[in-house]
Design a protein around this ligand. Structure first.
Ligand code: ZN
Length: 241
């Protein structure tokens, strides 16, 4: 997913508009991350990085995530996080119970129902939804095309797949991949973002690729999750890339 200068600015403004819960410094770090990874043309990339570095000044690392809902009842972090923030997040929570990662799609909402990805308010709504089911936790991350949203704290098992709850982190990808296309446009952006988050989690937790499974691998589930249109080996190739 490579951006030219115009696309970078458009997506950057869109991101700033949607990330008012983040500090200015975290927003600048996010934009810097995009510029370093996604701006294809080297001269443009260097120019963007120089501007962002001058705005960031002395680069202090982003602060630890402050939970939106600290708990004790249904705690939710509710904060955006990028692949390069995963290791610090894992180290802050020490989720030694996690021996793998289970991938889901949200199905509802679909990509079409969230044209700008997730907002902080959606984390609030999702918390209400899961609490309404009588659950004490949900999945650990929701991923859209721009970032992962830390949801249930990773220090403890979540609730997302009967057979895997006790051993696997749960990651929900925005989209309905029974119907929507995971291999082009926003679908591919969400999958690529998820793959980079999964790769960082594996590295940080010292797990290998074989510990990544799909919700539909659960013998106690008859779901197609994360969607019929996602081939597992193809997804795992993205994680390895
Ligand atoms: Zn699922």
């Amino acid at each position: 997913m490579f951006l030219d200068r115009r696309e970078f600015l458009l997506r950057g403004f869109g991101f700033l508009n949607r990330s008012r819960g983040m500090t200015t410094q975290d927003q600048l770090f996010t934009l810097r991350w995009w510029a370093s990874k996604k701006v294809a043309e080297p001269e443009t990339r260097e120019a963007m990085l120089a501007i962002l570095d001058s705005l960031l000044g002395e680069q202090a690392p982003p602060k630890p995530l402050v939970p939106l809902y600290p708990g004790p009842e249904f705690p939710v972090v509710g904060r955006p996080i990028l692949a390069d923030g995963i290791d610090a997040y894992v180290r802050s929570a020490d989720p030694r119970w996690a021996r793998g990662i289970t991938i889901h799609h949200t199905a509802a909402p679909s990509l079409a129902q969230r044209p700008n990805g997730f907002l902080e308010t959606h984390m609030h709504n999702l918390r209400s939804y899961y609490r309404g089911l009588g659950w004490s936790a949900g999945p650990h991350f929701f991923v859209d095309e721009d970032q992962a949203w830390a949801f249930s704290p990773i220090a403890k098992p979540g609730i997302h797949a009967k057979s895997f709850n006790r051993t696997h982190l749960g990651i929900e990808m925005l989209g309905d991949y029974d119907r929507e296309d995971p291999w082009s446009g926003r679908g591919l952006q969400v999958l690529t973002m998820t793959a980079s988050i999964v790769a960082e989690l594996l590295r940080s937790l010292n797990l290998d690729l074989s510990t990544v499974n799909f919700h539909r691998d659960d013998p106690k589930s008859d779901k197609t999750c994360p969607g019929r249109r996602i081939d597992k080996s193809k997804f795992l190739q993205l994680v390895q890339a």
